[in-house]
Design a protein around this ligand. Sequence first.
Ligand code: NFS
Length: 654
Amino acid sequence: MAEEKAKSIDSASLKMIDKAAADGANTAFDRAETMKPCPIGMVGSCCKNCSMGPCRVPLPKGKEETPEEAKKRRGVCGATAETIAARNFIRMVAGGAAAHSDHGRGVAELFLAVARGEAPGYEVRDEQKLLQVALDWGVEIGDRSNQEIATEIGEIALKEFGKQEGEVLFLKRAPLKRQELWRKQGVAPRGIDREIVEIMHRTHMGVDQDYKNLLKQGVRASIADGWGGSMIATELQDILFGTPAPVLGQVNLGVLKKDEVNIIIHGHEPLLSEMIVAVAQEPDMIKLAKSKGANGINLAGICCTANEILMRHGVPLAGNMLQQELALVTGAVDAMVVDVQCIMQSLPDIAQCYHTKIITTSPKAKIPGAVHIEFDEHNAVESARAVVKAAIENFPKRGSNIDIPEERTDLVAGFSHETINYLLGGLFRASYRPLNDNIINGRIRGVAGVVGCNNPRVTHDAVHVAMIKELIKNDVLVVQTGCSAMAAAKAGLLTPEAARYAGEGLASVCEAVGIPPVLHVGSCVDNSRILMAVTAMVKDGGLGDDISDLPVAGAAPEWMSEKAISIGQYFVASGVFTVFGVNWPTLGSKEVTDYLFKDMEDIYGGMWAFEPDPSKAAQLLIAHSDTKRQALGIDKARERVLYDMEMRRELDAV
Ligand code: NFS
């Protein structure tokens, strides 16, 4: 018998997986064992877009197929295997782009309500960013009040989704060469919703049947996500809740407290959770908690909502996606409040083994067995109070079957694009110059964005951590979002002390600036911050004139969601080499896979790769960086000692 793979590298998670088994709670780790992935669907060879099927067009077993044979693999409507794989792939892009962008729309709606004075409790916290977006969007500043400017920005933001003509406005933030390329290729997105709808139209039975044309629309919709919906979400959230700055925090199930009311905030949108953070500190709420026998109220997060409130308030992270069920298994969670995305339907079932209340809050995401307390943004404080009260009232119902693992690790987060700019360049000359110089002098070999989900098909956190360790050892600075950042945090990589895992060059830069070798930049919509960071690197000069010239690469080693595919696609379309692990959803068609893995490079200067082995994947990223360094003529510059000393002085002055 083959050796069973470990379920996690995180000891707290392993303990809770065992406890779940003892308690009779069925988790994703169990379900992944009993439910094997469908081998035909996994590689994109199943079409269920009409009722003449579902049609399966699997690859022939055990032999190479000729292009002529491949053409014969067809569904009932005549669609070829390549059309089917391309359709499936871009429907994933549509799903992911829709999720991020509908999140962005929700933020824009709240933003406008705040600007109009219709959402008490919220305010504009980052005036500088408000003015920056006004400048970017051509909104008049003059003598106008913040409220007037914000109202116009809110109205424009909402129109970005349904715009029928023109281009998504934030495209103008990209390097000029990139913008021109997108226009030339016909992939500059119009309205965000429009591109997603067009995917659904084109992939309907009997419409677009040219796989290259299908994939092109996937590119257009993904750009509408990264440079549209996600960027709108990030920017407007920053204006409302504050742009993140470095903050200390902790991660893992050990952040739960035995003697306090534990409320876990889980999902993606920070609109309600921001209010919960405020309300949980109200003296009346703490008094109520004490009247029920608790010593206080303890908030912790799961998934990307967790990243949002960590970045802005230092609220601890209970864990990443695969720890949502395990948090309940501690028996110490009094309420888990969820909004949208990455929320498992099994939560109410597991909660039944304990006392936890699962509270849904979005009209878009209800779960049978959960309590629904709808979030009303016009009355947000009251909504938040109702949620916190429900948790407090549940505290006395805790059973005796409680086991909170001790594991919790310190971390530093809050590296927004603006913070990186400031940390590296200083307040008066905020810039990416020192980063670019350190790349040019070779102390930093390249930059890698390591992002994305957990997936129980691989050992939880193992692929993230192995890849990141190998990257930093090779002097590659790692920037992170999402569940991947939490995996690294649990492994202790998000602290300045982690510089000891880094190669000499990267370690020296980290020590001089006082940053970790792995920078947590936020949630998954905050991948837009990475787009801004790489654009700033281009604009600062010395590393080419487009994103595709930079020694920069991306990875999602444990991906599972459609959002990850959309993110990967917009990184590739922005000129970034991007490697995914686990499995690859177009392997059922060589043509489609070749297009994504090779041809896209010629068109966009970025391409996909699939490599489930973390070490081999890290080596692909490093080799890519080296190729770009060579093209830039900086591959031999690493030994320039004189330049190093100059740099040291500049860094010391920070
Ligand atoms: Ni992003 Fe994956 Fe979900 Fe966040 Fe985590 S699973 S693509 S990382 S929480 S969205």
